[in-house]
Write a protein that binds this ligand. Sequence first.
Ligand SMILES: [Mn+2]
Length: 144
Amino acid sequence: MTTPSMEDYIEQIYMLIEEKGYARVSDIAEALAVHPSSVTKMVQKLDKDEYLIYEKYRGLILTPKGKKIGKRLVYRHELLEQFLRIIGVDEEKIYDDVEGIEHHLSWNSIDRIGDLVQFFEENDERSVQLKAIQKKNEQTNQES
Ligand SMILES: [Mn+2]
């Protein structure tokens, strides 16, 4: 089992390796806004749990198990951003809201949200209808 904190690290490491080809302790620390010593500690735990292989002077690589979960965590983050965008959440709130909820939903909920995103993507008219409801509610709220 992974904890929310472990998930943040694996997600970030996966993204760094995708973008740059490697993930240094200093880059991870910067991305997560934590002290490098916290990164070293977590990386050692993730090594022990076989999510990655860490060698002090050679950097780290994800194991197949780490890669698999990393890929799912990045997918989950992106899906939730898409979901909040579709339902009309303000752009500047989306990232923080996803960070706040992503670790607390079951994969069952994630998959159902995936269905909903697909439901909206398959027919633009559905988004138009949702926007019409939101506009109506906005007007009602202003009146009361
Ligand atoms: Mn995230």
